[in-house]
Design a protein around this ligand. Structure first.
Ligand SMILES: [Zn+2]
Length: 288
């Protein structure tokens, strides 16, 4: 049975903390390096619901993609939601480890898992990490479809293959446009528009696209048309949990650790319902 320190070393080899963005907060948040680890749970968000799930499962290590604390804090009082998470973890000997932008940039990383879920062939990173001589690490991925699809059909595939959320998939572009090449980026992707444009792909699938960057991008007639697909943030990152769990499982087998590795199926996307619009501007405010 491995100690936490040994498991963390293995996780650090997969996603070295030094590769995280400078603003990020990755690594071990809670945990005694000498405690033994038998059961591990992977999830996107370190929220109370997930910590309760880890407790119920008997996990001694929770690995999440999102940090619990991105900035410093002056309290872990259980009266705050993050403090309650810390209390539950420590009281029940559950460690918490975070792999965020270091997992985004890894090979394989978050966007490889997203591409895999969508049945896309990864060609190269969207923004290669200059520190990586292999040219395979970095943010986002440029991908190809084995068989071209219309934007309508590609959006339907994304809606079918990604875990269901209230948001579903929002689409911008001609539904009949032929999609052969796609840039994907798990999580918030609107800082990557320039890189997507430079890549010359037919579509960009990511999350959290905002009005102004999206509308400016669509209105850019100087370049060829480019379709946008916006999925729920959580849904674009969840496939990584399965990839990461499989990676740890393989390490456990190799080391004879006999770890039980689980992936949370709890949807922690904050949006829980979607009401489809029914009234046009013509009908709103019209005299009866
Ligand atoms: Zn994220």
């Amino acid at each position: 049975m491995p100690r936490l320190s040994e498991v963390i070393t293995a996780l650090e080899n997969l996603w070295p903390a030094a590769r995280a963005e400078s603003w990020d907060a990755v690594g071990t948040v809670v945990g005694d390096p000498d405690q033994e680890v038998t059961r591990v749970l992977f999830a996107v968000d370190p929220v109370q619901e997930i910590v309760d799930e880890a407790l119920k499962l008997g996990a001694d290590l929770l690995v999440t993609h999102h940090p619990l604390y991105l900035r410093g804090t002056t309290t872990v009082a259980a009266s705050t939601f993050k403090g309650r998470v810390v209390h539950t973890l420590i009281k029940n000997d559950i460690a918490l480890h975070v792999a965020h932008t270091n997992a985004d940039k890894a090979d394989p990383g978050v966007s490889d898992a997203l591409a895999g879920a969508l049945d896309l062939r990864v060609v190269r990173p969207l923004v290669p990490d200059p520190a990586d001589p292999s040219g395979r690490q970095g943010l986002g991925r440029i991908c190809e479809l084995d068989h071209p699809l219309s934007l309508r059909d590609f959006a339907a595939r994304a809606a079918e293959r990604l875990p269901a959320t209230a948001q579903g998939i929002r689409v911008a572009g001609d539904p009949e446009a032929v999609i052969r090449t796609v840039a994907v980026s798990g999580g918030s992707g609107d800082s990557l528009f320039e890189d997507v444009r430079a890549a010359g792909v037919d579509a960009f699938l990511t999350a959290d696209l905002r009005h102004h960057p999206a509308s400016e991008f669509i209105a850019d007639h100087a370049h060829s048309p480019l379709a946008l697909l916006d999925a729920a943030h959580w849904a674009t990152e969840w496939p990584w949990c399965e990839l990461a769990a499989a990676q740890l499982d393989e390490i456990s087998d190799r080391n004879g650790w006999d770890l039980r590795v689980h992936v949370s199926k709890t949807v922690t996307d904050p949006w829980t319902a979607h009401a489809a619009s029914v009234t046009t501007t013509e009908n709103l405010g019209a005299p009866n």
